[in-house]
Design a binder for this molecule. Structure first.
Ligand SMILES: NC(=O)c1ccc[n+]([C@@H]2O[C@H](COP(=O)([O-])OP(=O)(O)OC[C@H]3O[C@@H](n4cnc5c(N)ncnc54)[C@H](O)[C@@H]3O)[C@@H](O)[C@H]2O)c1
Ligand SMILES: [Zn+2]
Ligand SMILES: [Zn+2]
Length: 389
């Protein structure tokens, strides 16, 4: 029993509110409004319900999507706990969950899959309607959360809400990974790494020798580069505005880098690939870059849009060219991955040194410095900023 267990055990008291009993307390960074600093506050945790677990979170990555919620580009119910790249240990289980799960090293997923909706039944778990509903509502599938602050319900991002020391979530959200996987690195599998690698190796199914261009070298783009390296793509062209990001791209597998401020990336990619890449990936979240990624693909080529701008933003495409030159333009949510399969698989690859998670973690900060963490992530200069919880 470590110090957290002792503390939480002492905090286990019953409260006079409905039939809920209180599990304990957590420290969480709470969003109180768009573009306002996050507030690190103590919140009350209810006991886990049927089929739920309590996770003692150890680390959370900061994905650009957290920033889009914070900037009000995507709607969020308030007060709200951001964070969807979480990793830690199962500390307690609710009724209906085997006590053998206590102590498991886990990575959380915001797309557990309900197993009942049309998309889950089709095997397209990443599009699960229940997971999408929870993401919109900021709640568990039953429409509630296990968190309260100043007696108000606290909502949380995609059944994960990892800017917190604890999460009370459905057992299916907490995916077991090998004990040796350090949560500081493992947390990145929850979104950025899974999305980038799966977009290349799964959704696009890039084959050895295919030419690939990746726009934007953040946590997602650098992971797409690693996916391209894993499957033997060549060349692997990385585009970014920042020299430090282009350097990281080279370290992680890019064969060529393009400075989109110094040259026209479309021309540079066409030159390097004799007319356009077989596959282009957009991972910056800028619709103008999405247009560039479309124009950089060859006749018959494929463009995968991963980056997500504010809700409602549009891009222009030349319809004649797209039809005449049979250009595939695909959008993707988490690279089309089934997290319960892909996350443990990527964990094994990381432990075997085939995916480099360590280099992606360029900044580690405590939860108390969450606003600084957000500012660093927003600057675009980080591989990934990780909060130590
Ligand atoms: N579709 C999905 O399932 C999914 C999953 C995760 C993240 N996302 C989205 O993917 C995008 C990337 O996420 P991230 O966490 O890696 O972001 P990030 O901010 O860490 O990285 C973005 C990168 O793009 C670069 N960039 C900015 N403008 C550019 C330009 N004009 N040309 C080339 N590069 C440019 C930045 O320098 C930075 O390196 C975001 O929009 C995020 O919301 C989508
Ligand atoms: Zn994300
Ligand atoms: Zn479903």
């Amino acid at each position: 029993m470590d110090i957290d267990h002792v503390w939480l055990f002492c905090m286990r008291v019953h409260i006079r509110k409905g039939h809920r009993s209180m599990y304990g307390k957590a420290s969480a960074a709470i969003m109180v409004g768009p573009n306002r600093p996050l507030q690190v506050e103590t919140i009350d945790l209810d006991d886990p319900g049927f089929g739920e677990v309590v996770v003692r979170l150890r680390a959370s990555g900061v994905c650009h999507s957290d920033i889009s919620f914070l900037e009000g580009k995507w709607p969020a119910p308030l007060p709200y706990i951001l964070g969807h790249e979480g990793a830690g240990t199962i500390e307690a289980v609710g009724p209906g969950v085997s006590s053998r799960r206590v102590g498991e090293n886990v990575v959380l997923t915001f797309v557990p899959g309900c197993g009942r909706c049309r998309f889950c039944l089709e095997g397209r778990i990443n599009l699960c309607t229940e997971a999408a509903w929870c993401l919109d509502e900021g709640t568990l599938p039953d429409g509630t959360t296990r968190y309260r602050w100043q007696r108000d319900t606290v909502y949380f991002l995609g059944q994960v809400g990892s800017f917190s020391t604890h999460a009370v979530v459905p057992s299916s959200v907490a995916l077991k990974v090998p004990d040796e996987l350090d949560p500081i690195e493992g947390c990145l599998l929850g979104c950025g790494v899974m999305t980038g690698v799966a977009a290349v190796t799964g959704l696009a199914n890039v084959r050895p020798g295919d030419s690939v261009a990746i726009f934007g070298c953040g946590g997602v783009g650098l992971s797409a580069i690693q996916g391209a390296r894993l499957v033997g793509a060549d060349p692997i062209i990385a585009v970014d505005l920042l020299p430090e990001k282009r350097k990281m791209a080279k370290q992680l597998g890019a064969t060529h880098v393009v400075d989109a401020r110094a040259v026209d990336p479309i021309e540079a990619i066409r030159d390097l690939t004799q007319g356009g890449a077989d596959f282009t990936f957009e991972a910056s979240g800028n619709p103008l870059v999405a247009e560039q990624s479309v124009l950089s693909a060859r006749t018959g080529g494929t463009t995968v849009l991963i980056g997500q701008p504010a809700v409602g933003k549009t891009m222009q495409v030349n319809v004649f060219d797209v039809t005449q030159f049979e250009h595939y333009i695909l959008g993707t949510h988490i690279g089309g991955a089934t997290p319960a399969i892909v996350i443990p698989r990527l964990a094994r690859l990381a432990l075997r040194g085939l995916i480099d998670l360590k280099s992606l973690v360029t900044h580690r900060l405590p939860l108390s410095d969450v606003n600084e963490a957000i500012a660093i992530a927003k600057s675009g200069g980080a591989g990934r900023v990780v909060l130590e919880l």
